[in-house]
Design a protein around this ligand. Sequence first.
Ligand code: NDP
Ligand code: OXD
Length: 315
Amino acid sequence: MSNILLAIIGWDPKGWEGRFRALAPQHGIHAWPDAVGDPAKIDYACVWSPPQGLLAGYPKLKAIFSLGAGADDLLTDPKLPDVPVVRIVDSDLTMRMTEYVVLHVLMHHRRQRLYDTQQRERLWREHAQPAASEVAVGIMGMGALGSSAAWVLHRLGFKMAGWSRTPKTVPGIETFHGPDGLEPFLRRTEILVCLLPATTETRGILNLDTFRKLRRSGGLGGAYLINAGRGTLQVDADILAALEENSLAGATLDVFPAEPLSVASPLWDHPKVTVTPHNAAQAVPQALIMNVLRQIDRVEFGIDLENVVNRNVGY
Ligand code: NDP
Ligand code: OXD
């Protein structure tokens, strides 16, 4: 039996506690802040947005599990214990993100917002429609999520490229990497999909300078942004400015620098913006818990953990 601390903020902590208890009756489940018990008896922590410094109070931790695919919140904790930090990679979560990206690429490609407006006006009017093979989509972040979306979009016929930190070879997809690869990647891209993690290098990368480099003379006749990575990657004021000056023809945003998005934000009712409430890839909690329990078994049987975050690069 192991003792598992749950420190979950903003994601229905009671619900998670009940699910952990149901799926892991063999383990002691200790929900912060009410039922923690002796901190020296806690073996593992499963967390989402825990308060900074909290985990330093557990001296015998063997691993920390982020219940999300991103562990950026955790890594900014200056007192984070020196134990492996593990993030979620889950096939269901990956497919949900792929669905989101494909849906919004197709929304822009097939001009769905324009047809929605026409429907409200009872206007029967066709517009020229380029083939997918004439449209260049670029994915920033070719990890678990980005590479899955890139593959499905490639199968749909889009001209695909990906940008990552380290070099990659992916059949059918043009690849770019590192700071030197960014500009050529942007120059060929009409629909920019961002699935980067939040790190010191990626903070604010979706800015006016970036948008101005996108290709506006391609099949779509404009450039589009889809950000489902993290809100700190984007500068909201620059998105609005880019839409105003037509560097961007439209944007789909699932994440924001401050969440929930303020009711006062002009993004809500901007005619060229689609807002979703950080739910691009809402995972099934039971699947994530089973994922964590398998990882705990690995530690207990002396097998290497999977999906351990590299603290040196921040993801
Ligand atoms: P991965 O760690 O598997 O992939 C991250 C990718 O980003 C890698 O290809 C990596 O390059 C690349 N990258 C990181 N830093 C840089 C950089 N400085 N320059 C260029 N490329 C960089 O993460 P996932 O695919 O699993 O998830 C990506 C992000 O999606 C998460 O961190 C999270 O923030 C977000 N997310 C959002 C959700 C939502 O609902 N909106 C749900 C789940 C996740 P390399 O391959 O060389 O390492
Ligand atoms: C995650 C998220 O990182 O939901 O999993 O954003």
